[in-house]
Design a protein around this ligand. Structure first.
Ligand SMILES: [Zn+2]
Length: 153
């Protein structure tokens, strides 16, 4: 179940000193969201850069997982419903994200205004492997999908 992937093991060469605690994510590497093995820059990178909105709740959820992997806290905050969004978000650079499984999704499509996604996110922290399982709800704000809340498992 928790089959380990190489993930960020081979970190790209650090360019500049932009993020001393986390190496820059190689935009040509397979997107960490695990969808079709597309390069990050053509997959969730488009959403992170603001070039396009995520078209479905599931794509938004995957792009939010990818934002954890690449350390894009701004994206996580701007795709969080204003009513449930934390004031700020500190991502722990010591957390290594190992992979994402989308277990189920309901609605959340182009013609819906609400949706849910059930997922498992695998991680490693201080040499210990863990998994976050969450049933999340999504809604739209000004037409764009945002994360609303965790509904429990
Ligand atoms: Zn992606």
């Amino acid at each position: 179940m928790s089959r380990r992937k190489a993930g960020q093991a081979r970190s790209p060469k650090a360019r500049g000193a932009a993020a001393p605690t986390r190496p820059a994510f190689d935009p040509g590497a397979a997107c960490p969201c695990g969808r079709d093995g597309q390069p990050y820059q053509d997959c969730c990178g488009r959403f992170h850069r603001g070039d396009a909105p995520a078209p479905t709740a599931e794509r938004l959820m995957r792009s939010r997982y990818a934002a954890f992997v690449v350390g894009d806290a701004d994206y996580l905050l701007r795709t969080w419903h204003p009513d449930t969004r934390p004031a700020h978000l500190d991502l722990d650079p010591r957390t290594r994200w190992l992979g994402l499984d989308v277990v189920a999704a309901t609605e959340g499509g182009p013609f819906h205004n609400e949706g849910t996604v059930t997922f498992r996110a695998h991680y490693r922290e201080s040499g210990h492997d863990g998994v976050i399982e969450e049933h999340s709800s999504f809604t739209r704000v000004d037409g764009a999908w945002v994360y609303a809340a965790a509904l429990g498992e």
